[in-house]
Design a protein around this ligand. Structure first.
Ligand code: NAD
Length: 298
């Protein structure tokens, strides 16, 4: 039996990477304003009084303002009708000074999310959730893609710049995270396996991964038994424990003894998601003014 003790995984610092990206963004925003008189602008639509949504929106607004992006929050009461939201989206779509539109999810139950997402002008869809942008991602075209998977890809590339040929396993198949993550990894020439709630033998499937991205919303779902030694593990999950602390989908302490690199929760994917929302807003502003779309990838 080998008595070599495995070294603990490198913790990938999402706060530090996001701060570096914000510096690049701030420089770009300054150039847009000074040289082109363009002030990138983000409109956030928030319906109802979900406390978590209010915190997320406040964080996005603060982050936008820090890099010089103008942000406005359109706060509507919980009982707002679908037509009223559609009317607001129509106005924002037509407003030349608004470059990015984000509808904070979830929406109250009288409003159909798919109908609302369909109403967002794809060129302003900074969450990358319209069918047009999802199709562009799947077809290998340029577009606006979901912020969380963009952030995850940057986190992965910060420790593994060369991804071609690696086996990536994505746990989760939502339109917001799992599916676009799989598409982005395919674009990087990874071999991609998507695991979901109906998959059999989670551990055996995730153990195939040189890269494992977990976005299931199930605390402690992935344990050391599901990780190949040296793998890069990205934990997207945000779960609030009974004592109020945040927990990911990965058993951090145990997996860190096996993995090569791992993101913490909090301080991993969260800050990168917000940074890429800002990057998408700047990219959308550039495209709407027929300027070259900047590349904020790592
Ligand atoms: P979702 O509920 O829409 O999707 C969850 C996915 O996980 C589904 O596709 C489901 O098939 C899969 N799943 C559920 N149980 C499973 C199991 N036992 N085995 C394998 N797969 C399973 O959630 P989502 O919107 O994709 O978000 C996932 C998690 O990521 C949540 O905890 C969410 O809060 C978090 N999240 C974090 C950020 C961030 O910025 N850090 C952003 C978005 C989402």
């Amino acid at each position: 039996m080998s008595n070599v003790v495995p070294s603990p995984a490198q913790t990938i610092d999402g706060r530090k990477l996001a701060a570096a990206l914000r510096v690049r963004l701030k420089n770009h925003v300054d150039v847009l304003l000074n040289d082109h008189k363009i002030l990138p602008s983000l409109a956030v639509v928030l319906v109802g009084d979900d406390p978590a949504s209010h915190v997320y929106v406040a964080n996005k607004k603060k982050a936008a303002e820090k890099v010089g992006i103008r942000s406005s929050v359109h706060q509507l009461p919980r009982e707002t009708s679908q037509d009223e939201v559609l009317k607001l989206l129509h106005k924002l779509n037509e407003d030349a000074r608004t470059h990015g539109i984000l509808v904070q999810l979830p929406l109250p139950k009288q409003i159909d999310t798919a109908t609302i997402l369909r109403a967002i002008e794809p060129a302003k869809d900074v969450d990358g959730l319209t069918v047009q942008n999802a199709g562009r991602l799947a077809s290998g075209l340029a577009g606006l893609f979901p912020c969380t998977p963009l952030g995850c890809l940057a986190l992965i590339k910060s420790v593994r710049p060369q991804l071609a040929g690696l086996h990536a396993v994505v746990v989760g198949r939502s339109n917001l995270v799992g599916k676009p993550m799989a598409q982005l990894l395919l674009r990087e020439n990874c071999t991609v396996t998507v695991v979901h709630s109906r998959s059999r033998d989670l551990d055996a499937l995730t153990r195939l991964g040189d890269i494992v991205v977990v976005a299931a919303g199930k605390p402690g779902l992935v344990t050391a038994a599901g990780i190949k030694p040296g793998a890069t593990v990205i934990d997207v999950g945000i779960n609030r424990a009974a004592d109020g602390t945040l927990q990911g989908d990965v058993d951090f302490a145990a997996v860190a003894r096996v993995a090569g690199a791992i993101t913490p929760v909090p301080g991993g994917v969260g800050p990168m998601t917000i940074a890429y929302l800002l990057a998408n807003t700047v990219a959308a502003a550039c495209r709407q003014h027929e300027l070259t779309q900047p590349d904020f990838s790592i």
